[in-house]
Design a protein around this ligand. Structure first.
Ligand code: PFF
Length: 694
């Protein structure tokens, strides 16, 4: 436990509050908990399906670029923010500046939306686990079992009709007890995992992280030894390089990476706030990012090897079902395709049970990481006792979750998930975090804070990643997707006949309500107000003016670019010179503004002053305009709502390129993971020798 000393201590870089705060106990406890949050349902059904849909093995290139250029650097940013302030997300932002608190609440509110539906999917998993165990105990057939293509339909009917009682319209219908009961149990399980505090969570994750890995390895080993598995893997890994030229591939790779690392919702900030003061940050972030990617990759091997085995088995039995007939994303993969495949193979009930145990244990620690971050945010702000707040929060969360335990619930789940996990939620929050911390706060302080206690150090390039690369990339995604949404010919909020799309309107309402509520929460007086930030003289406003002028010009050009791109898309002119010229001007002016702002900030820092507000805002506006120019350009090129082409059947088994990809992933991801682990272990040994083990 930390030294219980209150107040601020200046350590030359960033202020650390040395207050009594519970810690994880061990470094491994924290790392496992962060991995537990990252590794979740998204790894087992999101990643394999996206990889399959967007270029097979080729998808790994944008995914790894996203991970290395944006994911791990942002994870370091979140860890450092949480650790340096020792506060959950809202208070952590509030400690930097009173007005930033809202950013933290915004993320927390979006994570509250996630925690209303994530446990519902876990409840499906619990139900399917129950069906599998019952079949295992009684020796009966699995309830979704069937043969041939009719069997696939049967498995779909079992899930959608029998289990969900699914109706396609948005009317909710009555509560379905077969979902509500496991849902209540899921909330109870989440409650039991965290009610004793983070030190206990640090112990629970010794079960919830290794167990799904063991199960996944069993599924992968079993899948890979089935006859026909190479054919399945060919769907997964044979690269379709042409997909790399399609921007949608990059968009989905970045989106998947963000969700998978639990970035931007405040979870990682909160988890790091419970870290011991001397803990490593940089290497921990690398460990979490690489372990998450390794898990996704192995999950894909397990899924597609098994589907290959299924295709072979059904062919042998005379009722062939090719892999591409069953692969469907989202719930379809986990509750129809994969259960169907397992039912075609030996020991169906046993391996179904293994599969659903994997899903349940993968998901539970992701789910309670969200609850924990909301709980810590409330407790930090109000000073209320953790126990009662958790009980009330769990009951409120359960009440909201019940909305999805209805016939129309799955439709709403899809809509809300699409908004919160897509552009409107996660990507936008990530962008906001980078802009606020990169341009409005002295990010170099955070870098020094991270470096002072980390095994390996970040160079000044990290500042550049957070200020430019991450926000421009995320901005590109945000603007491009928003353009697609609103310019879509099928209508985003209203259809051609002027009828409202209730789902999209509600989704948009949820994501726009979040900042308003965040503003309200941040304006409430907290139990422990942040100590005033030590003031430094700021450079004069006029010194940042040239950068600001360029930034305003870039925004004006981006607005013109938007109008021109809209007209060009509607007129079917993807090479429209006016649109291209406006976008080029916006990009150029944006880059100039951001570079000038960066120069100003460096000069100000060298003279011991704070940068002028004009320069800070020039940096923000410039990067946003640059991102917008890139986003609109991509929208122009892809002209509304790009979807993945259905992958064609690969020739025969794994190609040579696929083997190359496996080797490259082996070296980069598993090699990188081994290296990070080695560094963590040797650092631990050094601390032991010095008698300062954390
Ligand atoms: N990373 C989790 C997954 O891949 O399933 C989901 C998640 C957890 C998202 C926590 C967001 C979050 F804050």
């Amino acid at each position: 436990m930390n030294a219980p000393r209150a107040g601020f201590q200046r350590n030359g870089t960033v202020e650390i509050r040395e207050e009594q705060r519970e810690t994880w106990g061990t470094r491994a406890g924290f790392v496992l908990a962060a991995i537990g949050s990252a590794v979740g349902l998204g790894n087992l059904w999101g990643f394999p399906y996206k990889l399959y849909s967007y270029g097979g093995g080729a998808f790994l290139i944008p995914y790894l670029v996203a991970l290395i250029a944006v994911g791990v650097p942002m994870l370091i940013l979140e860890f450092t923010l949480g650790h340096s302030t020792q506060r959950a997300a809202p208070d952590a932002f509030g400690r930097l500046h009173r007005r930033f608190e809202m950013v933290g609440w915004w993320g927390i509110l979006l994570s509250f939306v996630i925690i209303t539906y994530y446990p519902v999917i876990l409840a499906y998993c619990f139900s399917y686990l129950w069906f599998s165990l019952k079949a295992l105990a009684t020796g009966a057939n699995l309830p979704w079992a069937g043969e041939g293509l009719a069997g696939v339909t049967n498995a779909g009917d079992f899930f959608y009709k029998t289990y969900l009682g699914y109706s396609e319209d948005l009317a909710l219908g009555g509560l379905r007890l077969n979902i509500a009961v496991p849902l209540a149990l899921t909330w109870l399980a989440m409650y039991l995992c965290i009610f004793r505090g983070v030190r206990f969570v640090g112990k629970i994750v010794w079960l919830t992280v290794p167990l799904p890995w063991i199960m996944l390895l069993i599924l992968a080993a079993r899948g890979l030894t089935l006859p026909g598995s190479p054919q399945g893997l060919a769907f997964y890994l044979n690269p379709d390089w042409s997909q790399l030229a399609k921007p949608s591939t990059w968009r989905f790779a970045f989106g998947q990476m963000f969700f998978s690392l639990s970035l931007a919702f405040g979870v990682m900030i909160t988890y790091a706030s419970f870290l011991h003061r001397r803990s490593d940050l940089n290497n921990n972030a690398a460990l979490v990012g690489l372990a998450d990617t390794a898990t996704s990759f192995v999950a894909g091997l397990a899924v597609f090897a098994t589907l290959g085995g299924m295709a072979f088995a059904t062919q042998q039995a005379g009722h062939p079902v090719p892999v591409q007939e069953v692969v469907k994303g989202g719930p379809g993969l986990a509750f129809v395709a994969f259960p169907y495949a397992l039912a075609q193979l030996p020991y169906p009930a046993l391996f179904s049970a293994v599969f659903f145990i994997t899903l349940v244990t993968l998901g539970i620690d992701s789910a309670f990481s969200i609850t924990e971050s909301i709980l810590a945010a409330i407790v930090d702000k109000t000073g209320w006792r953790r126990g009662p707040v958790l009980i009330v929060m769990s009951l409120v969360g359960l009440a909201f979750s019940l909305v999805y335990a209805t016939a129309g619930g799955l439709n709403w789940l899809g809509i809300v998930d699409g908004f919160v996990n897509g552009t409107w939620g996660i990507a936008f929050m990530g962008l906001l975090q980078c802009l606020v911390l990169g341009w409005l706060y002295r990010i170099d302080r955070l870098r020094r804070h991270a470096n002072e206690r980390s095994d390996w150090r970040l160079g000044a390039w990290w500042n550049g990643l957070i200020r430019f690369l991450a926000p421009v990339t995320l901005g590109t995604l945000v603007w491009w997707s928003m353009f697609d949404d609103f310019a879509s010919p099928s209508g985003f909020l209203r259809d051609a006949q002027g009828r409202w799309h209730a789902g999209n309107v509600a989704g948009l309402a949820v994501v726009t309500l979040a900042p308003l509520l965040a503003l309200a929460f941040s304006s409430l007086r907290g139990a422990r107000e942040a100590a005033p930030h030590p003031a430094r003289p700021a450079a004069p406003f006029a010194s940042g003016l040239p950068a600001l002028v360029a930034a305003v010009a870039s925004v004006a050009a981006a607005v013109c670019g938007f109008a021109a791109v809209l007209a060009a898309c509607r007129g079917g002119r993807p090479g429209d010179p006016a649109a291209l010229a406006a976008l080029a001007a916006a990009a150029l002016a944006g880059a100039v503004a951001a570079a000038a702002a960066y120069r100003h900030i460096r000069r100000a820092a060298a003279s011991g002053a704070d940068p002028a507000w004009s320069a800070r805002w020039a940096g923000i506006l410039g990067t946003v305009a640059l991102g917008a120019a890139c986003g609109f350009f991509l929208a122009l090129r892809t002209s509304v709502a790009a979807t993945a082409a259905a992958p064609s059947a690969p020739a025969e088994g794994l190609s040579a390129a696929a083997y190359g990809i496996i080797a490259a992933i082996g070296v980069l991801v598993f090699g990188g993971l081994a290296w990070s682990l080695y560094r963590a272990v040797t650092a631990g040994a050094r601390e032991d020798a010095a008698g300062e083990r954390i």
